[in-house]
Design a protein around this ligand. Structure first.
Ligand SMILES: Nc1ncnc2c1ncn2[C@@H]1O[C@H](COP(=O)(O)OP(=O)(O)OP(=O)(O)O)[C@@H](O)[C@H]1O
Length: 247
C-alpha cells in the first residue's frame, strides 16, 4: 500500500484566475490531514487535482514519489486514491447495498463476492439498517456515510473527503470524526479532510494545511493552527469570533 500522497508546487489556472499557486502538501498513510480555508480558497480544486479530476497547470502530484499528475481520474482511482464529493453522487435509483455492490463489480468481483463485501462494509460503518433503502431518498447525513462506504469498497490507500460534515449536527459530526479515526487506524488509509467545520478539523486531524486565495498560508498541528495569527487573519469576518479566534 502506498505510503504518501503529495502535491509538489501545484498550480491551477482557470482562464486567468489562479485557483492554486505553488501548493505543496503531504498526506501520509494512517494519518488524518486537514485542509481548511475560507470560501473560494481552492480546497475543492486541490482535491480535484489530487484525484485526477483536474490537471495541474504546473507542479506534480506524487504517489510514493511517482508523478500521477496527468493521469485521468479512473487511473488515479486504480492507483488507490478514492474520494467523496460535496454532493453524494450516489445512484439515486439503486438501493444503498446496490450502490456499494456496483463498485465491487466494477473492480472485477463476482456479484456474490461484491454483495458479501458490501454487506461487510455496511456493517463496519454501522449502516446495515439502510441497506435496502433507495439512495435517492436518504437524508443528507446518511448519504455522506454511504458515499464513504462506497469509496472504501475500493480499498484505497488514500481517501479524500470533500466537506463530509456539511449539514451535520454536532453529534453527527462527532460520529463522523470517530469513523474517520477508525478508517486511519483499522483500514490504515491516509485521509484528507476538507471541511468548513473548523472545530471538527481541529479535533480530528493530526496535521492541518490552511489555504487562502489559492496558497498555503500555514500548516502544522491543530494547536499550532489555533495559535496562528495568519490563520486568524484569513478567517476574520468569516468564522472568526469577536476576539479573532477561529473557533
Ligand atoms: N471549473 C472552474 N472554472 C473557473 N473557475 C473555477 C472553477 N472551479 C473553481 N473555480 C474558481 O477557483 C477558485 C477556487 O474554487 P474552489 O471551489 O476550489 O474553492 P473552495 O475552497 O473549495 O470553495 P468552497 O469552500 O466555497 O467550496 C474560486 O474562485 C472558484 O470560483
Amino acid at each position: 500500500m502506498a505510503q504518501t500522497l503529495s502535491a509538489d508546487m501545484v498550480s491551477v489556472a482557470f482562464e486567468g484566475l489562479r485557483a492554486l499557486s505553488d501548493v505543496t502538501l503531504e498526506i501520509p498513510a494512517g494519518r488524518v490531514t486537514g485542509l481548511i480555508g475560507p470560501n473560494g480558497a481552492g480546497k475543492t480544486t486541490c482535491v480535484n487535482v489530487l484525484t485526477g479530476f483536474q490537471k495541474p497547470s504546473a507542479g506534480r502530484v506524487l504517489l510514493d514519489g511517482r508523478d500521477i499528475g496527468g493521469l485521468p481520474a479512473h487511473r488515479v482511482r486504480q492507483a488507490g486514491i478514492a474520494r467523496t464529493f460535496q454532493s453524494g453522487r450516489l445512484f439515486a435509483d439503486l438501493t444503498v447495498h446496490e450502490n456499494l455492490e456496483v463498485t465491487g463489480v466494477g473492480l472485477g468481483l463476482s456479484r456474490r463476492e461484491s454483495a458479501r463485501k458490501a454487506d461487510a462494509m455496511l456493517d463496519w460503518i454501522g449502516i446495515s439498517p439502510l441497506a435496502d433503502r433507495l439512495a435517492g431518498g436518504l437524508p443528507y447525513t446518511d448519504e455522506r456515510r454511504v458515499a464513504i462506504g462506497r469509496a472504501l469498497m475500493l480499498e484505497p490507500a488514500f481517501l479524500l473527503l470533500d466537506e463530509p460534515a456539511a449539514g451535520m449536527s454536532a453529534e453527527e459530526a462527532d460520529d463522523l470524526s470517530r469513523l474517520i479515526h477508525r478508517i486511519t487506524n483499522e483500514v490504515k488509509c491516509g485521509v484528507l479532510l476538507i471541511e468548513h467545520n473548523v472545530g471538527l478539523v481541529l479535533s480530528t486531524c493530526h496535521e492541518i494545511y490552511v489555504l487562502d486565495s489559492g496558497a498555503i498560508i500555514e500548516s502544522g498541528t491543530p494547536e499550532a493552527i489555533k495559535a496562528s495569527e495568519k490563520v486568524r487573519h484569513a478567517y476574520m469576518g468569516t468564522q472568526a469570533d469577536e476576539e479573532g479566534e477561529i473557533l
